[in-house]
Design a protein around this ligand. Structure first.
Ligand code: ADP
Ligand code: MG
Length: 322
């Protein structure tokens, strides 16, 4: 099967590559053309996933496609952007129809869930890797950024933290667990759901926002330095993964919540007056701390005692996330 046959059969024919709002030209020409309504800006982000670095060699193609696209789409959620389309640059060791079929099906599932159309890409031969570029639109000047947090705002997260990191020992085959315990964790690792609707709803409300891709501590550090504020996190308020606690115990579930990066939940600052409205629509949103004058990330324990966050986070806890 040649390159063009492969593109035609598995990508141009995919449901997510068919005509979609805002897509003037999809797969098939030298560029895709996207239409942007007047007064809106284009939000663009790119993510590369490499076999053996970002996912295990031999990973299931159906799940891999979903995880790759979800991770990229999560950046649109973090900016409050409305998804338009994406491109896929795929490098494959060989053109294996069953693998490609499963990969395209996975792509379709996540693209549909996110409202993203496949508008182009590139296909080459080599060690397995994939680069997703996502495109979204946002009213001019209204994108959520990392730099907008102000002292006095609450620090919030979009839901339970640490499920995906807790799943990692299962993904890597270092642990096994009964399906009732393993399945919800594995689902959060392989098929994270980018918080796109929440991100869009936070436009005009949140001070700053980002998606947790490097771990809560590291990402709050980014928010603190970009905004010129201190981020104060109360450990007792972190919504921990229940199956994570059952699998790994409380201490490691807490480490997963602080340093696990693969949940793709949003973390954002919010003026206290906006909380009730946001939680009415998103009850899973939790306040985990507040924004203070100063710099850096501060942690306090249940007794209100300041804890020094480990300088490099919990790197020993590890992640194949790069
Ligand atoms: P060019 O040589 O002009 O870069 P290509 O021959 O690489 O174009 O690709 C032909 C068309 O197929 C282009 O529209 C490109 O965007 C699209 N395409 C190539 N690979 C993929 C892929 N993996 N997924 C989706 N579209 C693809
Ligand atoms: Mg090309």
């Amino acid at each position: 099967m040649g390159e063009f046959e492969l593109i035609r059969r598995f990508f141009a024919a995919a449901g997510c590559a068919q005509a979609a709002p805002g897509v003037v030209q999809g797969i098939g020409d030298d560029c895709a053309l996207l239409a942007l309504p007047a007064g809106e800006q284009l939000a663009v982000s790119t993510d590369t996933l490499l076999a053996g670095v970002h996912f295990p060699e031999g990973a299931d193609a159906f799940l891999l496609a979903q995880r790759g696209l979800a991770a990229a789409a999560s950046d649109l959620a973090a900016m409050g952007a409305t998804p338009l389309g994406f491109t896929l640059a795929l490098t494959l060791p060989q053109a294996e129809p069953a693998w490609l079929q499963a990969f395209a099906r996975g792509l379709d599932v996540m693209a549909r869930a996110c409202g993203l159309a496949l508008v182009g890409g590139d296909t080459t031969r080599g060690p397995l890797s994939m680069t997703f570029s996502v495109f979204g639109r946002v009213p001019a000047g209204q994108a959520l950024t990392r730099s907008g947090a102000r002292a006095g705002e609450l620090l919030c997260v979009g839901g339970v933290l640490g499920d995906a990191a807790a799943a990692l020992p299962l993904v890597l085959g270092q642990l096994s667990a009964a399906p009732a315990l393993a399945e919800p964790l594995l689902a959060r690792y392989w098929t994270p759901q980018p918080q796109l609707a929440l991100g869009q709803a936070l436009r005009g409300k949140a001070g700053a926002a980002l998606d947790i891709s490097d771990g809560l501590l590291a990402d709050c550090g980014h928010l603190a330095s970009a905004s010129g504020v201190a981020v104060h996190i109360e450990l007792a308020r972190l919504p921990l993964s229940a199956p994570g606690r059952a699998l790994l115990g409380d201490q490691r579930a807490l480490e997963c919540a602080l340093s696990g990066g693969d949940d793709y939940r949003l973390v954002f600052s919010l003026p206290p007056g906006e909380l009730a409205t946001v939680q009415a629509a998103w009850p899973e949103v939790r306040v985990i701390g507040r924004i203070l004058p100063g710099a850096g990330v501060q942690l306090t324990d249940a007794a209100g005692q300041l804890i020094n966050p480990p300088h490099n986070g919990y790197q020993h806890f590890g992640s194949i996330h790069g």
